[in-house]
Write a protein that binds this ligand. Sequence first.
Ligand code: NAD
Length: 289
Amino acid sequence: MLGAVVVGIGTAGQVRIRDISAPLLGSPAEKLNVKGFISRRSLDPQQGVSQISVDEAVSREDIQVAFICTENVSHEDNTRTFLQAGKHVCVEYPMTMNYKAAVEFWDLAQKKGLILHEEHIELLTEDYKVLKREVEGKTLLEGTLHFTGGALKPGFGFPTFSGIARLTWLIELFGELSVTAATVEEDLGSNYSKMTAKLLTSDNRPLTWIEERSPGLPRAKNINFHFDSCTLTQIPPAPRGNIGLFMQDLIHFSSKLAGHVSAEELQREKLRILRCLHLAEEIQNLCQS
Ligand code: NAD
């Protein structure tokens, strides 16, 4: 059994405690046991789990795993703390809000023989799977992914990082991408923001990624993918899967802890994560230059 601590008791942290406490039977997630949670607030026990301090978590030998579920801006410090203490880390996306720290973390994890896992539930959704099947074998001529959603709370970072799930979709669907131009419009008074990135696929096909947020704006992914053979203007409807997305992610992370994921797959995931963070930073720099 591996003992775990959950850091950050927001929506994601609560789901982590719930899933670790009641894992899918027969899955490697059964090997995890939640020993405590960490919060900046002073809280009563949550789902039967008690609050502990960071110092206690890093020094306890029966805690080998940390789940980092805080707002994005705190991921970097928390991940560093637990990796340095020799704990395996599962961090909600994005791992960091800069490329350099992410490289440092992968090196540190490798040196210490630890699993470093970045949650990407967007790749586990039925929407993504059906879209991936639709795109497979087609040649993209040009496309747009326009995400809309409500305003974010403070601490979730620049739109390329808070929206890394959309960038990850694009990279997984269309392969290597580069950025040619990017802009951001922001109105702090009304909490409105719109980031537009002009991307190119490796065979020079234009792809536009838009992240637009405003209070009350419905959460939606609008697509317009123009292929040589057809045009996709909406994600084909797909029924929900039986296993929750965070549970699927927990099983994937636990499989890594159990050594059931091949070195090739671990490497592929690492390269994709680093590529996305690098591109997110490049787009941010273009927007701010
Ligand atoms: P959240 O806003 O619910 O919580 C974020 C942080 O705020 C946590 O550290 C939490 O402890 C703190 N917090 C929450 N309520 C608070 C309060 N009333 N007073 C003081 N602090 C409070 O955000 P979340 O949805 O849990 O997201 C956490 C991380 O998980 C983010 O990195 C996000 O990108 C990632 N994530 C979340 C989801 C999701 O569906 N919620 C999905 C994928 C990834």
